[in-house]
Design a protein around this ligand. Structure first.
Ligand code: PEP
Ligand code: MN
Length: 332
């Protein structure tokens, strides 16, 4: 249940009402927002004088629901806005991992050449083997910050666990919570305490509601700047790395107010399918796309098979523009 309390309630009283109802409290400009479990459907009548509005929900997708906020929430992502009244589909591109300054300078130059503003690159890689490249860590974050300074790019980079969340918050423009880290309470709770935008990648074995509830952890803690990324789920099919759940995307668009980013790279797992898939994703009218591209994918230290060459990425981008236009979107 969500309750809007009148501002005259005062912070102390609002806190008391929140505590008495095991609710979260968010202070907004003109009201207090109380959020409790969706199983709670009423507030005791003794609070009536303080209540502005009450919203009840069938499940714990509450702040993130279209019932509560009918438009997709607007979020400033670096230099661009997504959601709200915009028709922007932001194209995020870059290597799976930052590997060296030379490599990331080449990636940054590609983005500049193509008038794109959002650079992705992982520094803390959640690998499936402890013997694989684990990322450059803090040194990588510092190199990404250098790219922001030198090229005016916005940085999205992933957090693997809560031990380095403060560094990722400090150095990134958008915090990426990886699919394997989606449930990490330390990360979610730290992300709730900042106002930096967060992109939560859906766990490959997680339902849509579980994913949205992870967003609710961040939203109910006071950070409204949350987007969801569909990056493929595990099915019985093994010929492709994962199965991109476009039906799930339709569901999220219909029932939630969270901007949606699609990641065809991790879903496909092979460079050959990614351009086709990106056009399909674009046709869904989503808020963003995230694509892995590497100066030389054959030597990439992670996700080599799915990273595009610079030329492949340029061709993909050219082919995506008319699809975006056809559905009233513009690639930024
Ligand atoms: C990535 O974006 O490089 C990544 C590791 O993605 P995911 O968390 O979706 O596996
Ligand atoms: Mn990757």
């Amino acid at each position: 249940m969500i309750i809007h309390l009148k501002k005259e309630t005062g912070l102390e009283k609002a806190n008391q009402i929140a505590t008495e109802n095991q609710a979260f409290l968010i202070e907004e400009e003109n009201k207090f927002v109380l959020i409790s479990s969706s199983s709670q459907k009423t507030l005791d009548s003794k609070y009536n004088d303080f209540v502005l509005e009450k919203f009840v929900f069938p499940n714990d997708m509450q702040l993130s629901s279209k019932e509560y906020m009918s438009k997709t929430r607007e979020i400033q992502w670096g230099n661009v806005k997504i959601g709200g009244d915009t028709n922007n589909t932001v194209m995020i591109a870059g290597p799976c991992s930052i590997e060296s300054e030379e490599q990331i300078q080449e990636s940054s130059a590609l983005l500049k050449e193509l008038n794109l503003t959002m650079l992705r690159a992982g520094c803390f890689k959640p690998r499936t083997s402890p013997y694989s490249f684990q990322g450059l860590g803090l040194d990588g974050l510092k190199l990404l910050a250098k790219m922001r300074k030198e090229h005016g790019l916005a940085i999205i980079t992933e957090v693997r666990d809560a031990t380095h969340i403060q560094e990722v918050i400090e150095y990134s423009d958008i915090i990426q919570i990886g699919a394997k880290a989606m449930y990490d309470q330390g990360i979610l709770r730290a992300c709730a305490k900042t106002q930096k935008p967060v992109m939560i990648k859906r766990g490959f074995g997680s339902t849509l509601q579980e994913t949205v509830q992870c967003a609710e952890f961040v939203l109910s803690g006071g950070n409204p700047n949350v987007a969801i990324c569909e990056r493929g789920i595990r099915t019985y099919e093994t010929k492709t790395r994962f199965t991109l759940d476009l039906c799930g995307v339709a569901y999220l668009k219909e029932y939630t107010n969270l901007p949606i980013i699609l990641d065809p790279s991790h879903a496909m797992g092979h460079a050959y399918g990614i351009a086709d898939l990106t056009r399909a994703c674009t046709a869904m009218g989503v808020d963003g796309l995230i694509i892995e591209v590497h100066p030389d994918p054959t030597v990439a230290k992670s996700d080599a098979s799915q990273q595009l060459t610079h030329q492949q990425f340029k061709d993909l981008l050219t082919s995506v523009h008319p699809v975006a236009k056809a559905v009233g979107r513009v690639i930024v």
